[in-house]
Design a protein around this ligand. Structure first.
Ligand SMILES: [Zn+2]
Length: 493
């Protein structure tokens, strides 16, 4: 009796534990398909026997009319369903799981199929399959490992309210249309690494008890993770999310890794709870980012993150060990930026993270300068504050300014004295006079001070007094900024 000539290493891998059981070596230790209901897709002289699920997509069999291309999709669905029913009934006759066999059929081709409400009592291995129609496994239970590795789902896919008792593997799977895992329960690991979600992906209220692995997955349309529960580790490392992702009211209980994840559109973490260690290190947020009412109960890392829009953390509860080192906040212009940075400033102040508090204060001030309703006087003083001491973050800069301004005034006094054609020995006087305006401001207005300069200057004393006053005022301002910056830098509490 001929047997389907399709070969795949997966058959060999599972050959000792796979259906059909009790095979008297007929199907054993082989990488060949086990189905013997076949058609000839070759010629009479050199036949190529294939089952309907492994039939060449562009050929009709020469020995049967019921498997013609036009009608084949429904035949495939019928066959797959019949085989699964047969397998299921067969497994039921075994009382102990130990003797049950996995259903292994890699590389199959199938049209639309509805397997809702099924119980898969042993493992199912559909790796590298192509489902060209809608596939539904809603409310099904998978008692053993289920593998859909590299499967191509061309239609809509539904796993709503299904339960996976053991590992579910969708590694490198391609979901071309909408996919729904709403209220699904993964009692062990759920692997979606390198998977491609071409359309809407719904994981609303899903429960992930083991490792939820979405590393390097690609999402092109909106994703709904609202109210999802991640009990174990959740990883989205290097995932590429090019549309809105919504984690509203989701809870992450284990380590949560969004390292190097790219959020190209809105990233919504409203009322989300992060209980374990959480990292967004080197993640990129290219659009609106909301952490409203979010709770971070453990170490949270935003190191080297890039926020193109000001992230909004209003009413969020940040952990004391929250790290924004190297994070880039590029948005200084949007209308909500000042409030967003103010919130982060207050939050960082609350956990006594002074350096980050100072940074967010600077971002807040910088954003305020770009708001239309900010008065010009505030904008100017803010710009000066930025220029003179980088909003109190740099205490060396004011010293530089003091040195520069003092030198400038010294030059100005020299020029003025030269106009008065004074001899060169006036210079020690100029130096002394300039420094005096820094260390003894306004002394020039006393009778003694005025007398002193009148001995050196023939002309207008009032002009000198006025310029000296400007110098004193500027110096006092800069020295004050210097002291404030030093105080801020070394403040312990
Ligand atoms: Zn086959």
């Amino acid at each position: 009796m001929p047997r389907c000539s399709y070969t795949h290493e997966t058959f060999f891998k599972y050959s000792l534990s796979a259906y059909p059981h009790d095979i008297s070596n007929e199907y054993d230790i082989s990488n060949q398909c086990w189905i013997s209901d076949v058609g000839n897709f070759g010629s009479k002289e050199s036949p190529e026997y294939r089952c309907v699920l492994h039939a060449p997509q562009d050929k009709d069999p020469i020995d049967r009319t019921d498997w013609r291309i036009a009608a084949r999709k429904s035949k495939q669905s019928e066959k797959l369903r019949a085989l699964l029913d047969e397998w299921s009934a067969d497994n039921k006759s075994y009382e102990r799981n130990y003797f049950r066999n996995a259903f292994v059929l890699p590389g199959l081709n199938c049209g639309a199929i509805n397997l809702s409400g099924n119980n898969f009592s042993e493992g199912i291995i559909f790796d590298f399959a192509i489902f060209s129609g809608d596939v539904t496994f809603s409310s099904s239970t998978f008692n053993a490992d289920s593998s859909f590795k590299s499967v191509v789902f061309k239609g809509n896919v539904g796993f709503d309210s299904s339960t996976f008792d053991r590992d579910a593997c969708f590694d490198s799977a391609i979901f071309s249309k909408d996919v729904s895992f709403k209220s699904v329960t993964f009692n062990n690991n759920a692997v979606f690494g390198d998977a491609t979600f071409g359309k809407f992906a719904c994981f609303n209220s899903a429960i992930f008890s083991g490792h939820a692995d979405f590393d390097s997955a690609t999402f092109s349309d909106p994703i709904d993770f609202k109210s999802a529960i991640f009990r174990g580790r959740a990883t989205f490392e290097y995932a590429l999310i090019t549309n809105i992702v919504d984690f509203e009211s989701a809870s992450f209980n284990g380590d949560t890794i969004f390292a190097s994840t790219v959020f190209s559109y809105g990233a919504f973490f409203k009322s989300t709870t992060f209980i374990g260690y959480t990292t967004f290190s080197s993640a990129t947020f290219n659009h609106e980012t909301l952490f409203l009412n979010t709770t971070f109960d453990s170490t949270t890392i935003f190191q080297d993150c890039r926020f193109k829009f000001a992230p909004q953390f209003h009413n969020a509860k940040l952990h004391q060990d929250t790290d924004f080192r190297g994070a880039k906040f590029e948005d200084k212009t949007s209308y909500y930026a000042p409030a967003a940075y103010r919130t982060l400033k207050l939050a960082m102040g609350k956990v006594q993270s002074r350096k980050e508090e100072a940074n967010f204060f600077a971002y807040e001030q910088e954003s305020l300068r770009h708001q239309n309703d900010t008065p010009p006087s505030v904008k100017i003083s803010s710009a000066l504050y930025s220029m003179l001491s980088d909003y109190g973050r740099n205490f060396v800069r004011p010293l530089g300014w003091l040195l520069g301004i003092t030198s400038g005034f010294m030059l100005l006094y020299s020029v003025l004295l030269k106009i008065d054609v004074k001899p060169i020995e006036q210079y020690p006087f100029v130096i002394q006079f300039t420094i005096e305006q820094v260390v003894r401001p306004f002394n020039i207005w006393t009778t003694k001070g005025a007398e002193k300069i009148s001995t050196m200057i023939d002309g207008n004393i009032l002009l000198f007094q006025s310029i000296a006053t400007v110098q004193s005022l500027l110096s006092i301002t800069i020295i004050t900024l210097f002291l404030l910056a030093v105080r801020r830098h070394f403040k312990l509490s």
